[in-house]
Design a protein. Structure first.
Length: 101
């Protein structure tokens, strides 16, 4: 199974600093779990945009998760709105411990 993509504005120290500000999780089936409707709408629009590029390049169906996550990471490379790809097990454990999104 592919990893998940996590949108965060987390800050802090250490390898788990991203967990402090998780805003949304995108699963390999492109399902979005978000804290706010606005974040979900933003990500849905961005996923739709990448699908349009993917289909314009002559592909059919859904873009593979790995390519989708690469695209999203490229859109979110700034210090306040960063996306990370993490192992699905790590994301599940964090969501469970944090009380979910």
């Amino acid at each position: 199974m592919a990893d998940v993509w996590i949108l965060t504005n987390g800050s802090g120290e250490g390898k788990d600093a991203w967990k402090s500000g998780v805003k949304a999780v995108i699963l390999p089936n492109h399902k979005i779990i978000a804290k706010t409707a606005g974040t979900k709408e933003l990500l849905e629009a961005q996923i739709e945009e990448v699908h349009e590029f993917y289909h314009a390049a002559g592909h059919s169906g859904k873009i593979p998760s790995e390519q989708l996550f690469e695209y999203l990471e490229g859109l979110h490379q700034n210090m306040y709105h960063i996306g990370f790809v993490v192992p699905v097990e790590e994301a599940r454990e964090y969501i469970k411990l944090s009380g979910g999104l």
